[in-house]
Design a binder for this molecule. Structure first.
Ligand code: NDP
Length: 253
């Protein structure tokens, strides 16, 4: 696997926390000469990740870039500013940035919460993918890994917006995979169950007590557990597509 991933250029969205951060570190551990484009809105946190990687694996190149995937203009700016030696060499896109805001029922959901979940989880992911697939098509190689959620398969009350964004990620990924059959471009979705990250804190708008209560008495997955799956999917032979993966902690079903 180290050989297959050697010198690959990997773009991760939402690399400042949770699953995205763990994924950057897992790529580093698996192939300590990869090239990582670490993106998110919090560049200061990404700079700390870069320093950590430099210390642990000096051969790994890291490019830190500010990127708000929810803003189409910012996505455009990001691709325009990305140096050609990174952009044109892109091998793997991990669309991980995503969030849930609130648990209100339909009729009570704030318009801005609908907007932020759709623009981040759906439109942002689509815009990033479109740009990457153009690059992949020019070289007939590349891998897109989208982080979905069990929520996209099993909608729950209070999750109408979040669950439908993740169902959209599934459908988008599956359509694209079928479009790209017979190419060397692979497309996959990884759907996590409950993972302990900053995700719950965002869902409960910063209320740590409520966020912590989600994991009380259970042993959730860690970002690392999902990162290992993402890197496994990316590290297969080029004609092996692990199209769809569901990862649960053992208490969840
Ligand atoms: P975290 O909140 O820990 O991480 C989310 C990441 O997304 C952060 O790095 C954040 O960075 C980034 N992000 C959020 N909004 C934007 C934006 N507009 N533009 C760019 N980056 C953004 O949560 P997780 O690691 O848990 O979440 C990662 C993915 O996993 C999400 O897609 C989520 O839906 C999915 N997931 C999570 C589950 C869980 O239980 N935790 C379960 C199933 C799926 P920054 O704030 O710096 O921009």
């Amino acid at each position: 696997v180290a050989q297959r991933l050697s010198r690959k250029t990997i773009l991760i969205t939402g690399a400042s926390s949770g699953i995205g951060r763990a994924t950057a570190l897992e790529f580093m551990r698996t192939a300590p000469d990869v090239r990582i484009i670490a993106t998110a809105r919090r560049v200061d946190v990404l700079e700390m990740l870069k320093a950590e990687i430099r210390e642990a694996a000096p051969m790994v190149e890291v490019l830190v870039a500010r990127l708000d995937v929810s803003d189409a203009a910012d996505v455009k700016r990001f691709w325009e500013e990305l140096p050609a030696e990174w952009r044109d060499q892109l091998d793997i896109l991990v669309n991980n940035a995503g969030l849930v805001k609130g648990l209100e029922h339909v009729g009570d959901i704030a318009e801005e919460d609908v907007d932020i979940m759709y623009s981040t989880n759906v439109t942002g992911l689509i815009n990033m993918t479109q740009a990457a697939v153009k690059i992949f098509k020019a070289r007939n190689t590349g891998t897109v890994i989208n982080v979905g959620s069990i929520a996209g398969r099993e909608p729950y009350p209070g999750g109408s917006i979040y669950c439908s964004t993740k169902a959209a990620v599934r459908a988008f990924t599956e359509s694209m995979r079928k479009e790209l059959i017979n190419t060397r471009i692979r497309v996959a979705v990884v759907d996590p169950g409950q993972v302990e990250t900053e995700f719950s804190l965002v869902r409960f708008r910063g209320d740590k007590e409520k966020a912590d209560a989600v994991y009380a008495g259970v042993e959730p997955l860690t970002g690392q557990d999902i990162a290992e799956v993402v890197v496994f999917v990316a590290g297969r032979r080029e004609n092996v597509v692990i199209a769809d993966t569901l990862v649960f902690p053992s208490h969840q079903g």
